[in-house]
Write a protein that binds this ligand. Sequence first.
Ligand SMILES: Nc1ncnc2c1ncn2[C@@H]1O[C@H](COP(=O)(O)OP(=O)(O)OP(=O)(O)O)[C@@H](O)[C@H]1O
Length: 295
Amino acid sequence: MIKVDGLTKAFTSEKGLFDLHFEVNKGEVFGYIGPNGAGKSTTIRHLMGFMKPDSGHSSIHGLDCWKNSAQIQKLAGYLPGEIVFLEGMTGLSFLTLIQQMRKQKETKRRDELIERFQLDVKTPIRKMSKGMKQKVGIIAAFMHEPEVLILDEPTSGLDPLMQRVFIDLILEEKMKNKTILMSSHSFHEIERTCDSAGIIKDGRLVAYEDMHSLRTVQRRVFEVKVRTDADIEKMVQSSLLTEVIGERTVHITVQGNDQEFIQLLSQCEVQHLDTRPQDLEDIFMHYYDRREVAK
Ligand SMILES: Nc1ncnc2c1ncn2[C@@H]1O[C@H](COP(=O)(O)OP(=O)(O)OP(=O)(O)O)[C@@H](O)[C@H]1O
């Protein structure tokens, strides 16, 4: 449904997008994550046909995003990272204008969303808080029930209750077989809603996770506190995946090698042991360090 094929847009030799490839199938929710300035919004602008790639292409529903930008913009529900509103409008007059531009007469879904997000649409947009403006943008993106949704940091500015309302909305759209790409800085949001997640760094896709296999494979992270530095050394030297996180405390990721882990523990003087399932943050967090040289 959404296809990005060798997409390249070089602003400088290091900034932009470089030979980007990924696909999102119909009915899937794809989470697009990465550090500030990685290239998420630039990818999204290409998908919406606002930018011409230097090489490669992207398509939605088989339509080239650049060559068929008018059709793409009609087809997809889009939430920009920064919404620009016209002066002197209320939330309702803005939403009505968007509906008129789309020749959409039906207001039932719009009103349902207004109700759900508890938005006071009579407030002039210039007097709205960041979160209120974000709600207006979300409603505008969803109210015509598009088959494809392209969302740039949709929950930015929303309070925790509204973030939950948004997650429920995504899960509901997923049940209706909608295809969704959303960029986010929230691992929790991605874990709750997405079928797959990709991480972009310095304009390149550096990791990809299928959320279903992530859930079924269930790696576990153990936090182990030992008594001596020698114990720490033993752990680090073992073939297990370890990360020293504090004084004589180490995180060990275990996946199918439980026996090896137990043997290692039996050789050390363990003072404290704790565990939790590995989450997306554990897998992707190190990609966020901007000091790390891109591989
Ligand atoms: N029109 C442009 N001209 C030149 N450089 C640009 C342009 N648009 C974006 N960039 C640069 O490209 C890089 C990627 O920017 P982009 O906005 O896509 O990042 P992002 O992943 O969305 O970041 P954030 O999480 O901060 O929103 C940044 O270094 C940015 O400064």
